[in-house]
Design a protein. Structure first.
Length: 287
């Protein structure tokens, strides 16, 4: 299907959210495509008319850079929000993409864990900060890009989120890393956020020429079943090039295989959310 047709099809699939849906994009392994997924999923959702807020929760600030938000424009960052110096709404900056907004990060964010120390509700800082954004309901999706570690920033993100979306690289140690993440999700669910759920697992960096990629994909699907998205994100040079130009790959090259894959992933996310809302509505009627 041509790229433009993909966008039109996704627009037909999209349904207005009943409230802001917060998805955390997490995996403690580095280099699995978390930031790439956050940027391009956010872009695809914005392209079909959703209003999306991407929160850069990584001190490296790669999501901010990948969206072309220069450091000079990062006047207020997530650090200021978590430290209680600014409300979250004041940290929101517009990107060059209509419908996609950002709360940027900078290296100061690396000091949050030490500075918050034993402060009360330190694991709830982001959830508390997002209350106004949820209440106003301006954004249909909030995507949180996490650092490649299970630290206080990741715990804050999971505590603030409705669900976790897990990018998983098609390589040998994938399942081991995923098991560790699932244990963390269970711990957060048990003590901080009982409503947290797994939105889905997306296989990234898939190389159809490599039998290992197919084996890992088969193992993950066998273990996690329908939790794994049908869409697989391929290894694609255009996806790798796009961040150096400060652009999502959907803007850099809409017709490449990586862009088309992220459009298909966005469609799956929209469909799952529509099904979730329908099930929630049916449950309320039964009650």
């Amino acid at each position: 299907m041509p790229a433009e047709a993909e966008v039109q099809e996704l627009q037909r699939s999209a349904a207005p959210a009943s409230r802001t849906r917060v998805l955390v994009i997490a995996n403690q392994k580095g280099g699995v495509g978390k930031t790439t997924t956050a940027i391009n999923l956010g872009t695809a959702l914005a392209a079909v008319g959703e209003k999306v807020l991407l929160i850069d929760s990584d001190p490296q600030g790669n999501a901010s850079t990948g969206l072309g938000v220069a450091r000079a424009r990062r006047k207020t960052t997530l650090y200021d929000v978590l430290m209680g110096e600014k409300p979250a709404v004041e940290a929101v900056v517009a990107t060059d993409l209509p419908g996609l907004f950002l709360i940027p990060a900078d290296p100061d964010l690396s000091g949050v864990e030490l500075e918050l120390g034993a402060e009360a509700r330190r694991s709830f800082k982001l959830r508390d900060a997002l209350e106004q954004i949820r209440r106003e309901g301006d954004f249909t999706y909030v995507l949180i890009d996490c650092p490649p570690s299970l630290n206080l920033l990741t715990v804050n993100a999971m505590t603030a989120a409705d669900a976790v979306l897990v990018p998983l690289q098609c390589e040998f140690f994938a399942l081991e890393g995923l098991s560790q993440l699932m244990r963390t999700v269970e711990l957060v669910r048990g003590s901080l956020n009982p409503a947290l759920e797994i939105q889905g697992v997306v296989l990234t960096m898939y190389d159809k020429r490599n039998s290992l990629s197919e084996q890992v994909a088969s193992d993950v699907r066998g273990h996690f079943g329908k939790t794994v998205y049908e869409t697989v994100i391929p290894r694609n040079v255009r996806v790798s090039e796009a961040p150096s130009f400060g652009k999502p790959v959907l803007v850099y090259d809409l017709k490449c295989a990586g862009s088309q894959a992220y459009l298909k992933l966005a469609r799956e996310v929209v469909v799952r959310e529509r099904q979730r809302r329908a099930q929630a509505g049916a449950s309320k009627q039964d009650v």
